[in-house]
Design a protein around this ligand. Structure first.
Ligand code: SAM
Length: 322
């Protein structure tokens, strides 16, 4: 097991299945280009092998499949069937939910029980402006079916000044009424936003402002969360839970246990670091050659983690999946 001086280790793997996405959210995809897969994306079989090697060499226990948009990828079924055989403690999926209704039977069949669905507004017009693709009704229908199928669902919302701040309470009520846990994600200085600090500051909404808005409607108390959880969780008395992923306001770098793998075979030990490590070649090697080399690379990837504060980074979110 590789552990750093702060006691951090890689436990959670986020695997970006493809960089292609059917949305082009302004804060994630600067050029508005949808459905563009990265060149040289790895096949489902090779990605399954990567996960298997990382379980052995890094001690990965939990896998989150993300993208781009994982549900648009023809590799989804092969990947799900492969990783479901690897004995992981948990496999979950992050998606924008646009194709959820159609893909739900496959997800259920492959043992997916937990979903994070990204949804920034309940207003159809605003939805089109933010996502620049897809439609709200399909997402809501997918969510309804997933809830009926008994899946545990979290909703990711990025609050953006001037775009969806008035949606905070409608979204919270919708989630509570449907038994979903809402996660507000503070806007991160990633990709193009890392070069545009003024634009970032203009849109950014922080933890305090969010809590202030919610406190005008509900009483809440802080709730328990896992040591390496990304979100600060709150309980609204008698109603349900919500969380805030406060990268900027309360960075959680000290307890970060995440490792990211891009669809093209690059490992990222830290969102805030420009360092990345190519494992694509190693995946063609037999286990006894690949694993020691992978371990040396993982030591370097773990050293990329920041000590305590999230500073953003040039990596584009749709490449590594958030
Ligand atoms: N397509 C999937 C989805 O929509 O959930 C998975 C990929 S998407 C990059 C994962 C998450 O990253 C989404 O919840 C999205 O809102 C979030 N995200 C993207 N760029 C972000 C940024 N600059 N700051 C905060 N969250 C961001």
């Amino acid at each position: 097991m590789i552990v750093d001086r702060q006691g951090r280790r890689f436990r959670n793997l986020r695997l970006s299945l493809t960089a292609a996405c059917n949305y082009a959210c302004g804060y994630c995809v600067p050029d508005g280009k949808r459905l563009v897969a990265a060149q040289d994306e790895l096949s489902a079989d090779v990605l399954v092998r990567a996960v298997s090697y990382l379980i052995e060499s890094a001690g990965i226990e939990r896998l989150r499949i993300t993208g781009g948009e994982p549900l648009v990828s023809p590799k989804l079924e092969g990947l799900l069937r492969g990783v479901s055989q690897l004995g992981l403690e948990d496999i979950s999926l992050t998606s924008n939910g646009q194709l959820l209704a159609r893909k739900l039977p496959l997800l259920v069949e492959c043992g997916i029980r937990r979903l994070n669905i990204s949804l920034d507004t309940l207003d159809p017009q605003r939805f089109r402006e933010i996502a620049r693709g897809g439609d709200l009704a399909s997402v809501l229908e997918g969510l309804r079916l997933a809830r009926e199928a008994g899946l545990k669902i979290k909703i990711n919302m990025v609050p953006l000044r001037g775009q969806n701040l008035d949606q905070v309470m409608p979204m919270l009520d919708y989630c509570i009424d449907n038994g979903f846990e809402l996660r507000f994600i503070e806007l991160m200085r990633m990709g193009h936003l890392s070069h545009d600090y003024a634009g970032f500051k203009r849109q950014f909404v922080g933890l305090d402002e969010l809590l202030e808005q919610i406190s005008q409607h509900y009483q809440y108390t802080q709730a328990e969360a896992a040591v390496d959880a990304t979100a600060i969780r709150y309980q609204i008395v008698g109603r349900g839970f919500f969380g805030v992923i406060a990268n900027e306001s309360v960075p959680f770098c000290r307890t970060c246990s995440r490792l990211r793998l891009s669809s093209t075979g690059w490992l990222h030990g830290c969102l805030s670091s420009t360092q990345r490590h190519f494992i694509g070649d190693l995946l063609n090697e037999p286990r006894h050659i690949a694993l020691p080399a992978l371990q040396r690379m993982l030591v370097r990837a773990l050293a990329d983690k920041q000590d305590m504060s999230f500073a953003g980074g040039t990596t584009v979110m749709k490449i590594i999946g958030g």
